[in-house]
Design a protein around this ligand. Structure first.
Ligand SMILES: Cc1cc2nc3c(=O)[nH]c(=O)nc-3n(C[C@H](O)[C@H](O)[C@H](O)COP(=O)(O)OP(=O)(O)OC[C@H]3O[C@@H](n4cnc5c(N)ncnc54)[C@H](O)[C@@H]3O)c2cc1C
Length: 523
């Protein structure tokens, strides 16, 4: 089917939904089509627990928040971008509150601000430990009220149509009819999130397979800093607990990491102990596990806080752990580090502008130089909000007088339905295992080179499958996942130092000159 719209938004997390809301108000006569791969709420946003960083108490100020962000970013943040995002946080948060998000307050009626690793002040606004769920559902409720936004669930972006570095729209798979639609738009905005599913252990939901980053790369956009994948130190370790995160806020409230014999170890790694930046805590756990051969470490809050405090501050985690017979008010929680946040992505301005005309990228899929080599906790929801606002403003000023132009329909050729789905699951599992073991928290030149060789073989196989069989969502995801994994390895190989979340044991020192890594499709 051929579809024409004014703005095509791909993704329904905080960035896509916020953009849709703002744009719909700025341009009420234009048509917006928002597509999402599964149901609307399926996104990293929905699962965010900690909250949003925003200066909101009298002992805090913007300079402190900026400084903490720059320290975490380890020399690769763009200070102008950092300043722009952090100083407009209160305004963007007020808008969220006006939409209906009710951040937790203490008995005095003030915001009950959380503390997280790397922050010098309490500045995390949260809705208990379910901040993301509250934001996502509030945004969805508001978007559904607007009649110039059309929403399509289970529509999966496959490829952009780009000619002479201009984007005309995208090919989109409708998973119900199994048809590939040709959607022409004046502007196409990728708000498709990160790429956690390239790793075996991740906190990200299944929809987060790097689709936007791979689509933009194939279309000729510049990709930057993919080697900086942030691992969250504390993902619940249990065979049936898929991707469940234990928020850093728990360490902010006094929880302590211990090995399975009960020994605390963080004081051996950093002066801020359990509240050290995430990469340090993840590497410390990784080192402890490699040394001991254990499968997990413990996070202990039960010894430090009473049951009522734990239940009222962490109700979501309490309930979830109980499902696995772990009572966190009485016992320690088994945890492992897991891939959490993609600091790199498609090179874009904070307004989403890219090197490709009419293509915009916002949220976790973008690399705006806000996070640099390592993201400060709870800064990403904030970036999603601000970049959506800036992108909507830019589009309303620059894109409304453009014209939507048609482009060729998808060619099915001789593709036949797949008879060997096992090829997909096999490759998927192998790639994720390879990334975890060879391209994980601690990298080495030998492992990276070996991983790249293996990825070349996978890519060939997947390409063959892609061109000869009918495209379905699993194949789209596998193709993107393998492409993003390869981009990450190539970025990592190009960096001959260790910085931020990137640690290579052959180059353990930081170079004096801080530089971004860039990668672009050769034509
Ligand atoms: C468990 C967890 C906890 C977190 N906690 C915090 C926190 O406390 N504070 C904080 O600041 N950050 C946190 N983060 C990070 C933060 O949630 C994300 O960085 C942020 O939500 C990303 O928003 P986004 O809109 O860019 O992408 P997402 O929220 O991931 O949304 C991406 C959307 O794109 C859709 N999509 C993807 N590919 C396609 C495709 N091909 N076609 C159509 N649709 C597609 C997905 O279905 C989804 O709707 C957390 C992340 C996780 C996973």
């Amino acid at each position: 089917m051929k579809i024409k719209t004014d703005f095509l938004i791909i993704g329904s997390g905080i960035s896509g939904l916020s953009l849709a809301l703002k744009l719909s108000k700025l341009l009420p006569d234009e048509k917006l089509l928002l597509i999402t791969k599964e149901s609307l709420h399926q996104s990293s946003t929905y699962y965010a627990q900690g909250g949003i960083a925003c200066v909101s108490n009298s002992s805090d100020n913007f300079e402190k928040h900026i400084k903490d962000t720059l320290i975490a970013g380890d020399g690769l943040c763009n200070e102008n971008i950092v300043r722009k995002i952090i100083t407009q946080a209160p305004e963007r948060l007020d808008e969220l509150i006006d939409l209906g998000v009710e951040f937790s307050r203490n008995d005095d009626g003030e915001y009950d601000l959380g503390q997280e690793g790397g922050h010098s002040e309490r500045r995390i606004l949260r809705v208990n430990d379910q901040t993301g769920q509250s934001i996502e559902t509030t945004l969805i409720d508001n978007v559904k009220k607007l009649n110039n936004i059309e929403i399509k669930e289970k529509w999966c972006g496959v490829n952009l149509y780009v000619k002479d570095l201009k984007c005309y729209g995208a090919y989109v798979l409708d998973q119900e009819s199994e048809e590939i639609h040709n959607i022409a738009a004046k502007s196409t905005i990728l708000a498709s999130g990160g790429a956690g599913k390239i790793y075996l252990y991740t906190t990200n939901p299944d929809v987060v397979s790097g689709d936007g980053i791979a689509m933009a790369y194939r279309a000729g956009a510049m990709i930057s800093n993919m080697e900086f994948y942030q691992f969250h130190p504390t993902c619940l370790y249990h065979p049936y607990a898929k991707s469940f995160l234990i928020t850093e806020a728990m360490r902010g409230e006094g929880a302590i990491l211990k090995d399975i014999r009960g020994n605390e170890f963080m004081e051996n790694y950093h002066p801020r102990k359990d509240l050290a930046p995430r990469d340090i805590v993840s590497r410390a756990i990784d080192a402890e596990l490699k040394k001991s051969g254990d499968d997990y470490v413990y996070l202990d809050i039960a010894s430090f806080k009473d049951s009522n405090f734990i239940k009222s501050h962490f109700p979501g985690i309490y309930e979830k752990c109980l499902e696995f017979n772990i009572d966190i008010t009485k016992e320690s929680i088994p945890v492992v580090p897991a891939a959490h946040y993609c600091c790199g992505g498609v090179m874009a301005g904070i307004d989403g502008t890219t090197e490709i005309k009419n293509l915009y990228v916002i949220g976790e899929a973008a690399c705006t130089d806000f996070h640099g080599a390592n993201r400060l906790a709870s800064n990403s929801l904030l970036e999603g909000l601000v970049s959506a606002y800036e992108c909507a403003t830019y589009l309303s000023e620059h894109a409304s007088n453009l014209r939507t132009k048609e482009f060729p329909e998808w060619e099915v050729g001789n593709a036949v339905p797949s008879t060997e789905a096992v090829v997909i699951t096999q490759n998927w599992d192998e790639i994720r295992m390879l990334m975890q073991n060879f391209v994980g928290i601690v990298k080495s030149d030998t492992r990276l080179k070996r991983a790249l060789k293996r990825m070349n073989i996978f890519s060939e196989e997947i390409d063959y499958y892609y061109w000869n069989y009918k495209v379905d969502k699993n194949l789209v995801e596998l193709r993107n996942l393998s492409m993003v994994a390869e981009l990450l390895i190539r970025c990592a190989l190009s960096r001959k130092e260790s910085r931020g979340t990137h640690f290579n044991e052959n180059h353990p020192k930081k170079l004096d000159l801080a530089r971004n890594s860039y990668i672009k499709r050769p034509w």
